[in-house]
Design a protein around this ligand. Structure first.
Ligand code: NAP
Length: 450
């Protein structure tokens, strides 16, 4: 990329006029999957597939922002599990999403390319705006949430997640955030927290918004003061924000983790009720087809020991098949199991007697609408919630960064430097930062060795 573009974007004191006058490069560096390779893992079990083999860093042509769109210079991004699924070509190659989107016509046709630029988080600087964009302009320091919507259908106007044309940017659309430039819709943008570095600012986006809707919003579990909340993977991406929401909202998180370091991270966040699932050795499945209700009861018993005899009001679910039967069992009468994922398998099995007889509810939750994402980001901006970044890689090491998340070798979030040359740049409010420095670095202190 042109040196003067890089120098201008990286300059701490760059002005709006400098950015507006800057010629935009016609190509940019991006983490891509290649259409010609989309069947490379056919016949290979998911556990044997390697993200580092399918992900490449290549130059791709810069798109022109259309009406309502914005081109952003990406200083940093973060790894989300959706990029793990994309890189494994599982359950299906994402090129199918791009082709489907392109068939809707107009500007969407640009998304069907021989490459897919992946990634659903960014922190960066607006470089160009398309026609009709009023709220944002060149030079704005922004983060982007990953909800891409059309809103031509009435269904999305109560809650944008119900728009039939709702897509996850950088997963079901092209021009994602693991790149030096990204194309987003103007209504994906939100202000970057002035006290955070670029990589810290990029880390919360997708998971923070998802956890907000899933746990806090009335569209999710509608958490309230005093609730007991079982949080699977409490030191992982989603769980590290769910734990912060529970604590900040006066609830009691019961944090499930799989090692001592993660237990210590949860204690550092302020949690006291922690279950190490490796130490407990739960085996919810006796064999491939049969669950073991005694193991559900053993988990329920452990929860009661930690809560003084109470059951959980909410289960924050995402592991899916492996844990779902237990999650339905341990929720209290009238409680909720709120699910946004199925990492271990999406064919769930549970004993429905415990659901209907005890009047429990299963709630499906997916990402967040703009308002929910905005609220979640506002809490980061105000220092009420903090990024959970443990480790940051340069874009050229994207394969390793994604592999860490896939193999569960990470804590909290894994960051990626794009146009930012080094970690630690982008802080505009050092005074405010100083008040929160310990909390911001909480996960870094336990960064696992790769
Ligand atoms: P993550 O950073 O890998 O964290 C997940 C945590 O879950 C892990 O740290 C692990 O913690 C725990 N875990 C993994 N497998 C488990 C199992 N079999 N049983 C119990 N616990 C298990 O990933 P994430 O970013 O939180 O995402 C989690 C899932 O949610 C992914 O499938 C992702 O695609 C999905 N997701 C969906 C949405 C949405 O909008 N629908 C948004 C974000 C993420 P321990 O090993 O410490 O227990």
């Amino acid at each position: 990329m042109d040196r003067s573009f890089l120098d201008t974007i990286r300059a701490a004191d760059v002005g709006r006029d400098d950015i507006a006058a800057l010629p935009v490069p016609d190509h940019y560096r991006a983490a891509v999957l290649l259409k010609e390779e989309q069947h490379m893992f056919d016949g290979i079990g998911v556990n044997e597939r390697e993200p580092a083999k399918s992900l490449h860093v290549r130059e791709v042509p810069t798109p022109e922002p259309g009406p309502g769109e914005v081109l952003v210079a990406v200083l940093a991004s973060a790894i989300n599990y959706n990029t793990v699924w994309s890189a494994l070509y599982s359950p299906i190659p994402t090129f199918a999403f791009l082709e489907r989107y392109a068939r809707t016509g107009g500007l969407a046709a640009r998304h069907d390319q021989p490459w897919h630029v992946v990634g659903s988080d960014l922190a960066g600087i607006v470089v160009r705006t398309g026609a009709g964009v009023r709220r944002w302009s060149a030079g704005d320091r922004v983060v982007a949430h990953c909800l891409s919507i059309e809103l031509e259908d009435p269904d999305g106007h109560d809650d944008a997640m119900l728009d039939p044309d709702q897509r996850i940017w950088g997963f079901e659309t092209n021009y994602g955030g693991l790149a030096d430039l990204a194309l987003v819709k103007a209504n994906q943008l939100m202000p970057k927290a002035a006290h955070l570095t670029w990589e810290e600012a990029a880390a919360p986006g997708l998971v923070n918004s998802t956890a907000y809707r899933q746990l806090v919003s009335r569209n999710g579990a509608n958490m309230k003061l005093g609730d007991n909340i079982l949080i699977w993977g409490a030191a992982g991406g989603l769980g590290s924000y769910a734990t912060q929401y529970a604590l900040a909202g006066g609830a009691t998180p019961i944090c499930v983790v799989s090692n001592d370091q993660k237990a210590q991270i949860c204690r550092d966040m302020g949690a006291t009720a922690i279950i190490d699932r490796s130490v407990e050795g739960y085996r919810f499945w006796r064999d491939e087809h049969t669950q073991d209700p005694r193991e559900w009861r053993r988990l329920g018993q452990r929860i009661r020991e930690l809560t003084g005899g109470e059951d959980v009001d909410i289960v924050f679910e995402h592991p899916g098949q492996e844990t779902f039967g237990a999650s339905v069992y341990v929720a209290r009468r009238g409680g909720s199991i709120v699910s946004c994922a199925s990492t271990s398998g999406y064919q769930h099995q549970f004993d429905n007697r415990y659901l209907w007889m005890h009047v429990k509810r299963i709630i499906g939750s997916h990402f967040a609408n703009y308002r929910e994402a905005w609220h979640a980001n506002r809490l980061i901006v105000r220092g009420r919630l903090h990024p959970t970044l443990s480790r940051t890689y340069p874009l050229d090491e994207i394969g390793q960064a994604v592999d860490d998340v896939y193999r569960n070798r990470h804590h909290g979030k894994v960051g990626v430097l794009c146009l930012a040359e080094t970690e630690g740049t982008g802080v505009d409010d050092p005074e405010f930062r100083a008040r929160h420095e310990t909390a911001i670095n909480r996960f870094r202190r336990y960064a696992p060795t790769p």
